[in-house]
Ligand binder design. Structure first.
Ligand SMILES: NC(=O)c1ccc[n+]([C@@H]2O[C@H](COP(=O)([O-])OP(=O)(O)OC[C@H]3O[C@@H](n4cnc5c(N)ncnc54)[C@H](O)[C@@H]3O)[C@@H](O)[C@H]2O)c1
Length: 327
């Protein structure tokens, strides 16, 4: 089988490529990535020489490039990770989010229709559901919850989800969608909470936390997410949406304090900054469907995953120094 992974030079996409090349030696994996500020070719170095792997620099919004690629490679499965993914950047500049996350997704699906495909899988996010109140820990989003995105980023992801469902219904495109909670692990770009705090703490710099730090996120180790995607593309039913969550909710401030503790750094490094506009209070999905239908459960305990992640950033200083400097 040939699997096309778009956005595979980013955080989750690269981890997914490593997962696939390790666990499915019978498959070929092709990565298409535009290499925006968030994509890092250095990340893919360990697999560049693998005969089952090919990297192509390209933009999912470039129809000619995408059609040429499909014509040449005839992928069986497409997993679309390619996206602008940072909420703060979407607040500053929504346009590129609409281009890549919506138009890019539609161009990929047009190619799937034109050249034929066994499965198109859209990587979405739990942020499409909006947020939940902090004082109702009993509430969780299911796949049937209404879409109420808060930011330009999550709105663009919700729009793409609607397009995927429409392509399934109108054209019979064999498509699936997964909506995952916050991921953490190796190779995450240092603008996101966990790597940013680890790197700042390692450098004894201030640890800026939005608002009062009480916002709650559900954290999932990236490898558990990759295993869930692998199950969905092989065993999930076309037209279905799957929520993926770690059932591991934590306040942002507690995550930052834990990082300080693990690194032996004082909590006085923590500073509180003006809250993000439209900051979502709590995200929490109910992953019962993927558990019931595909027998998926997260396997990595947060205490283990965060320790491994911190160790990874300590051991890969060159990777993040290059990334931070823009090299
Ligand atoms: N990180 C999370 O916690 C999280 C949680 C749920 C869902 N998601 C979703 O997972 C996907 C991957 O997220 P991530 O954190 O790995 O993002 P990331 O920003 O680390 O990586 C995105 C990748 O897409 C590439 N890209 C951007 N625009 C492109 C374009 N036009 N054409 C081709 N490639 C392009 C970038 O170069 C980069 O390599 C996104 O769709 C995101 O919405 C992320």
């Amino acid at each position: 089988m040939t699997v096309l992974v778009t956005g595979g030079a980013g955080f989750i996409g690269s981890n997914f490529i490593f997962y696939m090349l390790k666990n499915h030696r019978e498959d070929r994996v092709i990565c298409l990535d535009r290499l925006t500020y968030a994509g890092n070719l250095h990340t893919l170095e360990p697999v560049m020489e693998d005969p089952n792997f090919r990297f192509i620099k390209g933009d999912i919004c470039d129809r000619d490039t995408i059609y040429d690629l499909f014509h040449e490679e005839q992928p069986d499965i497409v997993v679309n990770f390619a996206a602008e993914s940072h909420v703060d950047r979407s607040i500053d500049n929504p346009g590129i989010f609409l281009e890549t996350n919506i138009i890019g997704t539609s161009i990929l699906m047009d190619a799937c229709r034109r050249y034929g495909i066994r499965r198109f899988h859209q990587i979405s996010t739990d942020e499409v559901y909006g947020d939940l109140p902090l004082d109702r820990p009993d509430l969780f989003f299911t796949e049937e919850s209404p879409l109420r995105p808060s930011s330009p980023y999550s709105s663009s992801k919700a729009s793409a989800d609607l397009l995927v469902l429409a392509y399934h219904k109108t054209y019979g495109l064999p498509a699936t969608i997964s909506r995952c909670s916050n991921n953490y692990g190796p190779y995450q770009f240092p603008e996101k909470l966990i790597p940013r705090m680890i790197i700042n703490a390692l450098s004894d710099r201030s640890l800026p936390v939005y608002g009062n730090g009480q916002n709650v996120r559900d954290w999932l180790y990236v490898e558990d997410h990759c295993r869930a995607i692998d199950l969905i593309i092989r065993k999930g039913s076309a037209g279905e949406i799957y929520n993926i969550g770690g059932r591991n909710e934590m306040k942002n401030i507690d995550v930052v304090k834990l990082i300080c503790k693990e690194l032996g750094k004082p909590e006085k490094l923590i500073s509180y900054t003006k809250d993000r506009k439209g900051h979502d209070r709590r995200y929490a999905v109910n992953p019962a469907k993927i558990r019931r239908e595909l027998d998926w459960l997260p396997e990595t305990r947060f205490s283990d995953g965060i320790r491994d992640t911190i160790r990874w950033y300590c051991d890969h200083r060159t990777w993040w120094e290059m990334t931070v400097s823009g090299e």
